[in-house]
Design a protein around this ligand. Structure first.
Ligand SMILES: [Fe+2]
Length: 163
């Protein structure tokens, strides 16, 4: 731990939250594969491709989160049964309309962002800039993806709020 110059107790709290985020990401990843396979209807081609793009991105993040935990010199949660126990997210059935799938993902994004903010809060208390930098970027990316999914749900006649 010393080579990182981080407080052990405070870092342990960050790692606990990172392991929850890692669990969330596994459930989210599999949900995207589920939706990629099982989406049907007129939007099939768009969403089939979009969900693949999203699960490829989630796969990279799963690895980065686990390796951040290892960098902090702790063990990442590594079993599916533990992911299901620790995750804030619930698995989805496969029979959903395209709009229900997008709604589910947007809800999950809200949960993921909440968990990411928890990690950043803990990392901030530990002075752990590396974790803040990694997870802060995830927050920004997920917020942007959420806007795009939200725009997909809107009608062409809808407008964004003006100030
Ligand atoms: Fe595929």
């Amino acid at each position: 731990m010393n080579y990182l110059n981080l407080d052990k107790d405070k870092t342990e709290k960050t790692v606990q939250e990172l392991n929850v985020l890692l669990s969330d990401y596994h459930v989210y990843y599999q949900k995207l594969r589920n939706f990629h396979w099982n989406v049907v209807g007129k939007n099939f081609f768009d969403l089939h491709i979009k969900f693949e793009e999203m699960y490829d991105d989630a796969k990279l993040k799963v690895d980065e989160i686990a390796e951040r935990i290892l960098t902090l010199r702790y063990q990442p949660t590594s079993n599916l049964s533990e992911y299901l126990k620790k995750s804030n997210l619930k698995e989805s059935k496969s029979e959903h309309t395209d709009v229900e799938m997008v709604n589910t993902l947007l809800e999950d994004h809200g949960t993921l962002i909440q968990q990411m903010r928890k990690v950043v809060e803990r990392a901030d208390k530990a002075g752990d800039e590396g974790t803040i930098d990694l997870i802060g970027a995830y927050i920004r990316e997920l917020e942007k993806t959420s806007w795009m999914l939200d725009a997909w749900r809107m009608n062409t006649s809808d407008n964004h709020q003006s100030v």
